[in-house]
Design a protein around this ligand. Structure first.
Ligand code: GRG
Length: 304
């Protein structure tokens, strides 16, 4: 079972890498109208094509496949999710935010291209994501409404009531007194929203039923919060070389996290409950959710 999952994950990942490369402007683009400045395309490609687990696009493709949709039709939407995720990482690493030097095992975007160009590379990826999804929607006029719903799902979850809201409250909460309600809000929006987006966008592309959508939302929320708690644990106990980024940053920044508030054991226990709840929410899909089950099992044991 684990082998089948890993094999399928690699297939999705290879297809995503190919799609991302094709969607990015070439690095040699010249200083010319209607072409992307070479420096900008280099900075965008530098972070987007730097590896990464690709879990958000993989989740979208797996959801579309589980619901009987077309991988080809969904691919630009999957790629767009990775572009949005990468923009958020570039901006999160900036000196005005988490001020990190290392990401995906390489110097952060602003360390290589400077803060101004890094901001633009992030902005560029965000815009390119919507351009790719809208361009793709135009290719499927019989599914316009499904595509618009998928794009809306992503815009809302990446936006100012979703990931950006979570990041806003996260920044505001540094060095604040512990507050579980605030912490749950941060984890749900900063992290879980962008992991729920591929599930709900996939559901929208396939015209899923209300109960399927509910189950996927519950799965995404539980996976997302557990994933963030594990991330906070890895920031304390993880191997920086394996993670490709510095550890110990949360304590340094005075971040509100589960391990900081409930201790390592308390955080581990909460993560376990959430991973179990995630697995349970897949019941309505029966055997068809084999990949999602493998995904949860594999991610719950992750070391990077
Ligand atoms: C700047 C609007 C804005 C938002 C930033 C993504 C994010 C929000 C902050 C990054 C810091 C962080 C710990 C976020 C939680 C989500 C998370 C664990 C991101 C890392 O995602 P992975 O593990 O990374 O999927 P790879 O490199 O594998 O893609």
């Amino acid at each position: 079972m684990a082998e089948r999952y890993e094999y399928q994950y690699d297939i999705y990942k290879q297809r995503i890498e190919h799609a991302l490369d094709k969607l990015m402007p070439p690095e040699e683009a010249v200083f010319e109208d209607e072409k992307v400045p070479a420096l900008l395309s280099q900075a965008m490609r530098y972070s987007l094509l730097a590896g990464g687990k690709r879990i958000r696009p993989v989740l979208l493709l797996a959801t579309v496949e589980m619901l009987g949709g077309s991988i080809e039709e969904a691919m630009p939407v999957a790629a767009a999710l990775e572009m949005i995720h990468t923009y958020s990482l570039i901006h999160d690493d900036l000196p005005g935010m988490d001020d990190d030097d290392l990401r995906r095992g390489r110097p952060t975007n602003h360390k290589v291209y400077g803060v101004g160009q890094a901001i633009l590379a992030g902005d560029g990826l965000l815009n390119a994501a919507y351009e790719a999804m809208l361009q793709n929607a135009l290719l499927y006029p019989v599914h316009t409404s499904r595509h618009l719903k998928a794009i809306r799902e992503i815009a809302v979850r990446a936006g100012v009531t979703g990931m950006i809201a979570g990041q806003c409250i996260d920044l505001m909460s540094e060095h604040m007194d512990p507050d579980f309600e605030r912490l749950r809000y941060i984890d749900r929006h900063k992290t879980a929203d962008l992991l729920t987006a591929p599930l709900l966008a996939g559901a929208a592309l396939c015209g899923a039923t209300a109960s399927q959508i509910d189950a996927l939302r519950t799965f995404g929320t539980n996976v997302g919060i557990a994933f963030q708690i594990d991330d906070d644990l890895l920031d304390i106990e993880g191997d920086a070389a394996l993670l490709g980024k510095a550890t110990g940053m949360d304590a340094k920044m005075g971040k509100m996290t589960w391990p900081a508030m409930a201790g390592i054991e308390g955080a581990r226990a909460e993560s376990k409950v959430l991973w179990e709840a995630a697995e349970k929410s897949l019941e309505i899909f029966g055997d068809k959710a084999w990949f999602h089950r493998g995904f949860a099992a594999s991610l719950s044991r992750r070391k990077f």
